[in-house]
Design a protein around this ligand. Structure first.
Ligand code: ATP
Ligand code: MG
Length: 412
């Protein structure tokens, strides 16, 4: 039996996709996957019949093909992936390739064949193919029996255009929409557990995510900046982060701490963080901010405090974790791969100049009064000018020229 060329078919949900929308969605998904697979042994990647089809290089090992499939699974927009073989559209080749595909999922007790053809120019119709391939598999796997309902293995045969695609291995992908189809969001990114998950969830809905990290520098060490960079490298593997602005914030916290009532410090730090984020978001043509807050998770994440921070900016502030429990967020962080990094302790601006009894129900009038004497506009400009930019691999974002294109981190 000959070794057929290995392929991987990427399926996505077609709900709500029509006409032009669908073509640009497919193209975006294809570009995002192609970007992630840039240095991998891939011969081609193209759209066929509502899927993205990846042809692996000749002679690629089973293990390498699995590791590539693993990488693709995490890319937003991928609903399912199927790994198998492409062969000529002759029944002889289809039979052989089906046995090979079934070996990839062996051992199994029950199986069925699911064949379909895209064009009636292929003379054998689907039911006939099911029977022919079923017989061949019964001979090759004499201990296995055919079962229509919930079989252990399903061998798919798809005759599409000039070739036949045969596969039995199918796995779920991360779902969602391709990054770059949902606009751009400026995400407030600490090195904690929550905000990387919030960022990932927005990327999974198609947003191009730009992070902004406020470090306690020069009042603290830069540990949190390294952790945020490590987190970004994890998010980058699936194209979920485009860029991060690192903003030294410690001196401004010191100034605030010396000028406002202690219980209002945190609110006022946060209002300044939001203003700086909005200022940089406008440069980035991003239309929303995002945080990792979850209602009532810590004393400061109350509705009053959320209202008091949102009052500082005019952009919508998205909070994708607002209704999630901490344990759900931790599970999600483990799935994304950021949990271990986020569990390391690092002083960031949050640990600096903290009051003993922070306000949990800030009254907006008092906040405005406390801020009245601060040169906020000047600070926002100064802080934004001091931001350091790190770029990451995000296909849709990289394809456009940007005024700050001085990448300080050409990761890999
Ligand atoms: P996280 O786990 O994301 O650090 P948290 O549970 O520590 O969140 P807070 O400290 O109240 O909660 O922060 C709430 C949100 O504010 C964070 O999810 C993040 O979006 C933003 N934020 C907090 N600290 C920083 C920081 N140093 N830089 C950027 N954003 C921050
Ligand atoms: Mg935190």
């Amino acid at each position: 039996m000959s070794e057929y060329q290995r392929i991987c078919l990427v399926h996505y949900h077609k709900i709500g996709l029509k006409g032009h929308n669908r073509a640009s969605f497919e193209q975006r998904l294809l570009n995002n996957i192609a970007y992630i697979l840039k240095d991998r042994p891939i011969e081609s990647i193209r759209r066929i019949s509502g899927r993205v089809c990846i042809h692996f290089s000749e002679g690629i090992s089973f293990e390498d093909s699995c590791s590539i499939a693993e990488a693709i699974k995490g890319v937003p927009g991928v609903a399912r992936i199927s790994c198998g073989y492409v062969c000529d559209r002759t029944m002889e080749d289809i039979d052989d390739a089906s046995v090979q595909a079934a070996h990839d999922v062996a051992p199994f007790n029950t199986f069925k064949v699911a064949a379909r053809r895209n064009h009636t120019d292929f003379p054998v119709h689907s039911m006939q193919m099911n029977c022919i391939v079923g017989d061949v598999l019964s001979e090759a796997f004499p201990d296995a029996t055919v079962r229509m309902k919930d079989p252990d293995a399903i061998v798919h045969v798809e005759v599409i255009e000039g070739a036949a695609y045969v596969y039995a291995r199918t796995e779920r992908g991360v779902g969602g929409l391709p990054v770059g189809t949902g606009g751009r969001v400026m995400c407030l990114l600490s090195s904690g557990i929550d905000s990387p998950v919030a960022t990932w969830r927005l990327a999974r809905r198609g947003a191009e995510c730009i992070g902004i990290h406020f470090s306690g520098r020069p009042q603290t060490a830069s540990t949190s900046e390294y952790l945020v960079d490590d987190i970004a490298h994890v998010l980058e593997r699936t194209g979920c982060i485009a860029r991060i602005y690192v903003v030294p914030f410690g001196d401004y916290q010191r100034k605030i701490a010396g000028a406002v009532p202690p219980q209002l410090r945190i609110i006022i730090y946060r209002r300044l963080m939001f203003r700086v984020a909005q200022r940089l978001a406008r440069d980035e043509k991003s239309k929303a901010l995002a945080t990792g807050e979850s209602l009532g998770q810590v004393a400061s994440q109350t509705l009053d405090n959320i209202a008091a921070t949102d009052d500082a900016v005019s952009m919508p502030v998205l909070r994708p974790l607002i209704g999630m429990d901490k344990l759900e967020i931790i599970d999600n962080a483990q799935q994304v791969g950021t949990f271990e990094i986020s569990s390391q302790d690092a002083p960031d601006c949050c640990t600096l100049f903290m009051p003993r009894a922070p306000e949990t129900h800030a009254r907006i009038g008092r906040v405005h009064a406390a801020e009245a004497s601060l040169p906020l506009d000047e600070w926002v400009e100064g802080i934004a000018a001091g931001a350091i930019v790190h770029d990451y691999r995000c296909a849709s974002y990289m394809s456009r020229k940007h005024p700050h294109a001085t990448s300080s981190n050409d990761s890999q």
